[in-house]
Structure formats: structure tokens, C-alpha cells
Write a protein that binds this ligand. Structure first.
Ligand code: SF4
Length: 201
């Protein structure tokens, strides 16, 4: 079963998974807000912007939710986003082939605004803040904030975002839907690659 077959199964047989991921995303947004407020940090966009960064996303659940949001856009906008996604994919192929740094606007970013903001993947919600993760095998993993935060918030008492429960919640949901659908296909796609993989309406 491929990713799109699994999405069809989810829509008909496990529709509550979409409410469950929305609730997990709400928890992520709330956790982000608490920590950002602590630092007095407001993301104004910069070259470290998540929308310019090549992130690959790894869960079927995020793929399915983004696909669901994408299907709700009007046909002209979907076409434009697919064209942008194709440009993104070609630029990425060239950059990766030449082992060059890659900066490219995500195809969903229109003049600084995400066209699928409510459906954006996890890392778009958590990027930029100092964080910790209590990994079952690797122990405590710590990550810094983006360079703007590190520069502007020097001297602020450290209060990293603990991603542990958030990752666990998403991993638990992923396990449930993988078992329910039987889909073993990996994801590992950028937003552009996901969009190009979605079925054409
Ligand atoms: S999905 Fe939205 S928030 Fe995430 S990188 Fe793309 S435009 Fe930015």
C-alpha cells in the first residue's frame, strides 16, 4: 500500500486521526507560545526561516493531514502550488547534486504567509526555539534556538521547549495509523515533494 492509498483508508476508516493530529498540533503551538513568550521572542522571518529551510518530514500522519488541507484549496491555487513545488524540486535536485547549500521558499509560502498554516507539519511549529528531547536510547538531546533568538535573548534564563511529550504523542498516533492501514511506505519528503506526490483531483 502506498502513501496515497493509506490516506484514502484513513479518510474512510480512521477519520478521527485528523482530529487527533489537530489536537497534538494545538499542544505544540501552545508549548511554543509559552516558551517564545518567556524569551520575548517573535519570529519576524530571516534567512534561517523554516520556510526557507530544507526540512524533510517523516510521518504518514503529517502527509495525510497536509494532503487533506491541500485538497480543500481551490483548483487554481493548487495548480500554482504544484508549479512552485516543481520549481522547488528541480532546484533541490541541482543543489543536492552539486552538494551546495540550499535556500528556497517553501511552495506554500506566499508573501510571508503559509497557505496551509493550520495543516503545516510539526517542525514548522517548533523550529527556532531552544529545545530538549529525552530520547529513550540516546538520552537527553539539546538543541539551540535560531541565531536571532540566541543573539537577542542572551542573558534570559534558559527555558528550552521540551519536545519529548509532543514527539511521543505524534509517534503514538503514527504507530496507530500505520497498524490500522498496514502501510509501511516511508515518507522522508519535503513539503514540495509531498505536494507533488498527492493525487491530482
Ligand atoms: S508548510 Fe508553511 S510554515 Fe511550513 S515551511 Fe511551508 S510555508 Fe512555511
Amino acid at each position: 500500500m502506498d502513501l496515497n492509498d493509506a490516506c484514502r483508508v484513513l479518510t474512510t476508516q480512521q477519520p478521527d486521526c485528523f482530529d487527533r493530529i489537530a489536537a497534538i498540533y494545538d499542544q505544540m503551538d501552545a508549548a511554543y507560545t509559552v516558551v517564545a513568550r518567556h524569551y520575548g521572542f517573535v519570529c519576524q522571518g530571516c534567512e534561517d526561516n523554516c520556510c526557507l529551510t530544507r526540512f524533510r518530514h517523516h510521518t504518514l500522519m503529517e502527509y495525510a493531514y497536509l494532503q487533506w488541507g491541500f485538497a480543500g484549496l481551490d483548483a487554481d491555487l493548487r495548480r500554482e502550488i504544484r508549479t512552485r513545488s516543481d520549481d522547488y524540486r528541480l532546484s533541490l535536485q541541482v543543489a543536492e547534486g552539486a552538494n551546495q547549500a540550499f535556500r528556497h521558499w517553501c511552495p506554500l509560502n506566499f508573501e510571508g504567509r503559509c497557505r496551509l498554516y493550520a495543516f503545516r507539519p510539526m517542525i514548522c511549529r517548533l523550529h527556532g526555539l531552544p529545545h530538549i528531547l529525552r530520547h529513550p536510547a540516546r538520552g537527553l538531546i539539546q538543541g539551540p534556538g535560531c541565531h536571532i533568538l540566541e543573539q537577542d535573548c542572551q542573558g534570559v534564563r534558559p527555558r528550552p521547549l521540551d519536545r519529548t511529550a509532543l514527539y511521543k504523542a505524534l509517534a503514538g498516533l503514527e504507530q496507530t495509523i500505520r497498524q490500522g492501514t498496514g502501510c509501511k511506505a516511508p515518507v522522508g519528503l519535503t513539503v514540495a515533494e509531498m505536494i507533488l506526490a498527492f493525487p491530482e483531483a
